[in-house]
Design a protein around this ligand. Structure first.
Ligand code: ADP
Ligand code: MG
Ligand code: ZN
Length: 477
């Protein structure tokens, strides 16, 4: 039977302010438990929250980057529930009027091409503390350092139709957030985590009942969880059952999900307006100022790399994956502008491939943009061939020496002198008289054999263009 998958995603993203959302405590990651707390984020009675306006600015910047509307007046609400990691007994969030509404992220996938995924809203809220169970026997500990760290909750429309689209959306959103510098968005540190809402239906029908997989922080697990849930729901329906609306937990060890709580047992959050905070008002002028400071976004950078440097869509995409990559490339072509396409190609394919093997990011590359540019120039001025350049790059990464030093030391300079090349060719021809006769008798295919022999005799150092040209001449006889 023909099933259509429907997915909507909720992303919780920590905002990277130095201090928490409503108090002056540090947000630094990895400190000793409960060393970054105060009466406000510990939920002591009678304490008053003071809003961190930098967190507001960063949420507005994110809203502008996704083409959304900024509500000049929004408000905070209390979401009441009991949980050990929530000492106040409620979370301050934005329920009825969020700061940001009606944005989008564009994605491209193989199956459906270019799609626009709607973003319903981004609201501000505070993170909860963390329960710790690992390595403890029959007890749990609570660390409240995370309590009160500012969050953006980014809620998508149910616009995605496959796990591939969901991952494409998440990766693009993640990339935008990293480029904006509004969050570390480190998924392993829980700074960017996702709830996936999934349902299935027959095309054209109303939306089916959805389930929600909570709190996942790896693209791979999110994809596995969605695919598993789709199969589970289809099986339930095809067996004559009904999907129940519930929250489920993905177990990445067992590769299966299990029910956490159904909608019937779901919390009644008893939302009401937060009495300790005034409505959040921002002026159009403030919004305009934030907009004026907007950095170049990944899709803009990609387009500029294609037009300004003539890069292929593929290379432009690879080199704009992170701000660090695009900065490195721009430093490279600024210092060595002769051949930006060659630079891009070699950076994307040769350098990044080798760094990956070394388990290094571009920021930790042992070869600097300037050193890499010198290597590109030595190919450009025919000092070395591309084949030799790969060996030189290996040696550069290993030794940290410059391209010129390695070329000198190992005697790798390309032979471009006609006399020397002719001498090699004549020697090869003399040693292979049979092949020469066959070639002259019409076996054109043998040309490659001669090229190979000459390149081998020169240990790869003969200028390939000249070898081709001189061979044609001399083989004519
Ligand atoms: P809640 O507050 O209970 O989580 P929302 O209406 O805010 O509910 O929706 C949360 C998410 O669920 C949104 O991302 C939305 O796009 C998605 N969603 C809503 N209905 C469906 C559905 N039928 N199938 C899949 N996703 C859905
Ligand atoms: Mg939800
Ligand atoms: Zn505090």
């Amino acid at each position: 039977m023909n099933w259509e998958v429907v997915i909507g995603l909720e992303v919780h993203c920590q905002i990277n302010t130095k201090t928490k959302a409503f108090c002056g405590c540090s947000t630094a990651f990895g400190s000793e438990p409960n060393t970054q707390t105060c009466p406000v984020c510990l939920g002591m009675p009678g304490q008053l929250p003071v809003l961190n306006t930098l967190a507001v600015d960063k949420t507005i910047l994110t809203g502008l980057a996704i083409g959304a509307q900024i509500n000049l007046e929004s408000k905070f609400d209390r979401k009441n529930y009991f949980y050990p990691d929530l000492p106040k007994g409620y979370q301050i969030t934005q329920f009825t009027v969020p700061l940001v509404e009606h944005g989008y992220i564009d994605i491209t996938t193989k199956d459906r091409g270019d799609r626009r995924i709607g973003i319903t809203r981004i609201h501000m809220e505070e993170d909860a503390g963390k329960s710790m169970h690992e390595g403890l026997d029959a007890v749990s500990h609570i660390d409240l350092n995370r309590s009160g760290i500012p969050l953006m909750e980014i809620v998508s429309e149910p616009d995605m139709r496959s796990s591939d689209e969901a991952i494409a959306y998440l990766k693009n959103l993640h990339q935008v957030i990293r480029f904006l510098g509004v969050s570390g968005a480190d998924m392993e540190k829980g700074q960017f985590r996702c709830d996936a809402n999934v349902s299935v239906r027959h095309p054209g029908d109303e939306f089916g009942t959805r389930t929600e997989m909570k709190n996942m922080n790896s693209f791979r697990f999110i994809k596995q969880a969605i695919d598993y849930e789709v199969m589970r729901q289809i099986e339930v329906i095809e067996d004559g059952g009904e999907v129940v609306q519930e929250s489920r937990l993905w177990d990445s060890v067992k590769n299966e999900s299990r029910s956490m709580r159904s909608k019937e047992e779901a919390n009644d959050y008893r939302y009401f307006p937060e009495p300790d905070l005034p409505p959040l008002r921002v002026s159009q002028l403030e919004v305009d100022n934030i907009k004026a400071g907007m950095p170049e976004l990944p899709h803009q950078l990609r387009a500029r790399f294609e037009t300004e440097f003539g890069l292929s869509a593929y290379d432009a995409d690879v080199l704009t994956q992170t701000r660090e990559l695009s900065d490195w490339y721009e430093a490279l072509v600024a210092a060595h502008p002769a051949d930006p396409k060659r630079c891009a190609n070699w950076m994307a394919n040769e350098l990044l491939g080798r760094l990956k093997e070394l388990n290094k990011n571009i920021e930790d590359s042992p070869v600097s943009p300037n050193q890499f540019g010198e290597l590109m120039d030595r190919m450009g001025d025919n000092t070395i061939s591309g084949k030799i350049a790969k060996d030189v790059l290996d040696a550069m990464l290993e030794s940290g020496k410059s391209a010129d030093a390695i070329i000198d030391e190992k005697g790798l300079k390309q032979v471009s002198d006609t006399g020397a090349i002719d001498a090699m060719i004549l020697e090869i021809m003399a040693a292979n008289q049979g092949q020469v006769d066959a070639y002259r008798g019409g076996k054109d295919k043998l040309f490659g054999f001669f090229v190979g022999q000459v390149m081998k005799a020169s240990k790869g150092k003969a200028n390939p263009g000249m070898v081709n040209q001189r061979l044609k001449e001399l083989l004519k006889g």
